[in-house]
Design a protein around this ligand. Structure first.
Ligand code: SF4
Length: 179
């Protein structure tokens, strides 16, 4: 243990410093707009419950990227809740496989209103390339009221910020999206 500690001291810090603008000026600008909208509608933060309904994993990789030190979406007031009971929005990835259909519906039912469903990735909305599979329930759009979609396969963190911006921009005073 002492040897590891001394070796760490000898090597010094190996990580590099990340500037606030590492993700680019457009991402920063959109993020600041998102932060203002979240403050207006939710007071402090927007809590998202993510459900992988059968994705290939790449959509999750991009969601994880959105939380890394470069994109750091949490500084704009977006956070991921461990329980649907604490969530304002449900983020669905994957084409909704038959074995995730019930879990997805129960997650939605466990959320208190007002609540929003956001599909993330091209196959989440309608099943995409997997929609004709015997094991696909047809995408979240066939099961739940989808308020916003994050396009891409997989979607870039910027696409997630832009989709949230469009959704929150449409919220009325009751916290429901204006259709
Ligand atoms: S949208 Fe693309 S990246 Fe995302 S789960 Fe579907 S196939 Fe994978």
């Amino acid at each position: 243990m002492t040897r590891i500690f001394l070796e760490s001291l000898r090597k010094g810090r190996l990580s590099r410093a990340v500037k606030a603008s590492s993700a680019g000026p457009e991402y920063e600008k959109a993020g600041q707009e998102l932060r203002a909208l979240i403050a207006r509608h939710f007071g402090r933060s927007l809590q998202i419950r993510e459900v992988d309904a059968g994705s290939c994993g790449a959509c999750e990789s991009e969601i994880i990227s959105a939380c890394n030190p470069i994109y750091d979406i949490q500084r704009f007031g977006v956070d991921f809740a461990a329980s649907p009971r604490h969530a304002d929005a449900l983020l669905v990835t994957g084409p909704v496989t038959r074995n995730m259909e019930t879990a997805l519906l129960r997650t939605y039912e466990a959320m208190s209103g007002p609540k929003f469903v956001i599909t993330c990735g091209d196959c989440a909305l309608d099943g995409g390339a997997f929609k004709d599979s015997y094991y696909c329930a047809g995408g979240a759009g066939a099961l739940l009221p989808v308020a916003a979609h994050v396009p891409g396969c997989p979607p870039h963190p910027m696409a997630l910020v832009e989709a949230l911006l469009r959704l929150l921009d449409r919220l009325n005073t009751e916290g429901q999206p204006k259709m």
